[in-house]
Ligand binder design. Structure first.
Ligand SMILES: [Zn+2]
Ligand SMILES: [Zn+2]
Length: 205
């Protein structure tokens, strides 16, 4: 066990994404320089850039997205090294499929699920008010949308405005259907609780 932990620390830089700092999810490699990132992080980056975020090499003048490919071997390595990441990722994917397009919450509070502590900090205290109680204890299956609704209720006085809230982890905007356990497994490297998240008023991108 001890040995495994030491090893994981050593290889961490090789199995994390330079863009989000989390463990690689859908590892995707640039064919020109063989640098690897999460698929969603890399695609988002290449919509506005045509160079590698790590080494700066020009991937392709106009169609950089044609020069990236899914890296199954790298993803297998990540899954082998990081306990529970694969199950968590697959659960999260199912949850996203289940929840899209927008569905109302069923009144299922997941009482029997594992609970996690989340700290919600306001990113722009001059725009939105801070929460009086920042630490919440929630099901690890609660989603980003649940957090948005909670924050909207506290700062706007109504959950109806939940779409006006952005939730971020390590400065990265979080997709609405991600579950807390997925965020903890992939984006939260300081494994001790609570998971620190930030909220802000939604920004038009
Ligand atoms: Zn990433
Ligand atoms: Zn590169």
């Amino acid at each position: 066990m001890m040995e495994k932990r030491v090893k994981l620390k050593k290889v961490n830089p090789c199995i994390t994404c330079g863009l989000c700092k989390g463990y690689l999810v859908e590892a995707t490699t640039i064919t020109e320089c063989l640098h690897t990132f999460c698929r969603s992080c890399l695609v988002k980056f290449l919509l506005e850039n045509n160079t590698c975020p790590r080494c700066g090499i020009l991937i392709h003048q106009s169609h950089p997205l044609n020069y990236i490919s899914h890296d199954r071997t790298m993803q297998d390595i990540v899954y082998k090294l990081v306990p529970n990441l694969q199950e968590t990722y697959e659960d999260d994917k199912k949850n996203i499929e289940k929840n899209s397009p927008d569905k109302e919450d069923n009144n299922d509070y997941h009482r029997l699920d594992e609970q996690v502590n989340v700290c919600l900090e306001c990113l722009e205290i001059n725009v939105l008010k801070s929460l009086k109680r920042k630490i919440l204890r929630l099901s690890s299956q609660a989603t980003v949308t649940h957090l948005k609704k909670f924050v909207a209720l506290k700062v706007f006085g109504t959950i109806d405005r939940y779409k006006d809230i952005d939730i971020l982890c390590n400065n990265e905007l979080l997709g609405k259907d991600h579950m807390l356990k997925f965020i903890i497994a992939t984006r939260w490297r300081l494994a001790d609780e609570p998971l620190l998240l930030h909220y802000r008023k939604r920004m038009e991108l």
